[in-house]
Design a binder for this molecule. Structure first.
Ligand SMILES: Nc1ncnc2c1ncn2[C@@H]1O[C@H](COP(=O)(O)OP(=O)(O)OP(=O)(O)O)[C@@H](O)[C@H]1O
Ligand SMILES: [Mg+2]
Length: 305
């Protein structure tokens, strides 16, 4: 029986027993190559049956799904300290579509890493559904990441040797879902993103736009309340990028999934309820939807939005 509180497991191969971090998307032991799916599934079921602060269902009625207070993140490299976030206060409403815009190096990805529980702030607080992430133990944080947040990246980050179906159902293994339920949901999600027919294809056999659709289906695997998308259209052409944004917007309207998307892409503005501009790790200004059409119309040389 895996230790429910640990976020590492010992490789089940008695000749290896390597300590494996289960918070990443590993399915094979990095040392001996032992298949870990069965033991990860068992761990998921143990985690699923354990109640904790992070799964307080009453918390789902809070108005703000994300709140950050005075978020500071400093990276120290030798004598140099880079302040990537410099006191970010941001409240995100449940069901909102929020775009985060800012020049390269302004702190967008760093902010995502803090909100997504992938890294810890140097100081300040980040609340998800009014739960202070800093108060969670490793298990609770893993549960929160797995069940409440879906991640989409610029480079898709699919596992190349797995089929579309296996990529989409992978987070369900970590959530301890049964095999039949997993396949049903995998099919439903691939249909939703328009790739029902391509379930057996591996990422190298799919176009960039199709891969990003698989990544969106994977992000939705465990019905998260929040999708964090870091430049989801950054590697796509204009038209495919627009299709991806339309899909995200549809999910936002249909399922009230809160979408927080970092972007340089002005097309994103069209779908947004608010646009947060960040510069040098600070929130410079926040534009509301009603202010946007005026601003967007005046942006020189951009395609129509
Ligand atoms: N792991 C790290 N170690 C050191 N410095 C880092 C690290 N990650 C980010 N930074 C620095 O923090 C600042 C913010 O980086 P971040 O990646 O958040 O910017 P960004 O807005 O996402 O940029 P881009 O649009 O290019 O993706 C930059 O100065 C960057 O060099
Ligand atoms: Mg970035």
């Amino acid at each position: 029986m895996p230790d429910e509180k640990a976020d590492t497991i010992k490789c089940p191969n008695p000749e290896c027993e390597f300590e494996i971090d289960t918070t990443g998307l590993v399915t094979k032991c990095p040392k001996c190559g032992q298949d870990l799916v069965a033991v990860l599934h068992e761990l998921g079921q143990v985690r699923r049956s354990r109640a904790g602060i992070a799964r307080d269902e009453s918390a789902t009625t809070h108005e703000f799904i994300v709140r950050t207070k005075g978020l500071i993140k400093e990276y120290v490299m030798g004598d140099i300290t880079v302040r990537a976030l410099d006191g970010v206060d941001l409240d995100v409403r449940r069901g909102e579509y929020l775009s985060i815009m800012g020049p390269s190096g302004s702190g967008k990805s760093t902010l995502f890493n803090m909100v997504g529980g992938l890294d810890k702030p140097s100081s300040g607080t980040c609340f998800i559904d009014e739960v202070d992430m800093a108060q969670l133990d490793a298990f609770e944080l893993a549960w929160l990441r797995c069940r409440k947040i879906g991640y989409i990246f610029q480079t898709f980050n699919l596992i190349p040797v797995m089929t579309a179906m296996e990529n989409v159902t992978l987070p369900m293994i970590f959530a301890g879902m049964g095999a039949d339920e997993m396949l049903d949901r995998g099919r439903e999600l691939l249909d939703l993103v328009g790739l029902g027919e391509r379930w057996s294809h591996k990422p190298p056999e799919l176009s960039g736009g199709q891969q990003q659709r698989v990544a969106i289906a994977r992000a939705l695997a465990n019905a998260p309340a929040i999708i964090l998308a870091d430049e989801p259209t950054g590697n796509l052409d204009l038209r495919t990028g627009r299709e991806i944004i339309e899909l995200l917007k549809e999910l936002n309207d249909r399922d009230e999934v809160t979408i927080i998307s970092a972007t340089h892409d002005l097309k994103m503005i069209e779908a947004s309820d608010r646009v947060v501009h960040i510069r040098d790790g600070k929130v410079e200004r926040i534009d509301k939807r009603e202010d946007l059409s005026i601003d967007v119309g005046t942006i020189d040389g951009e395609e129509e939005v």
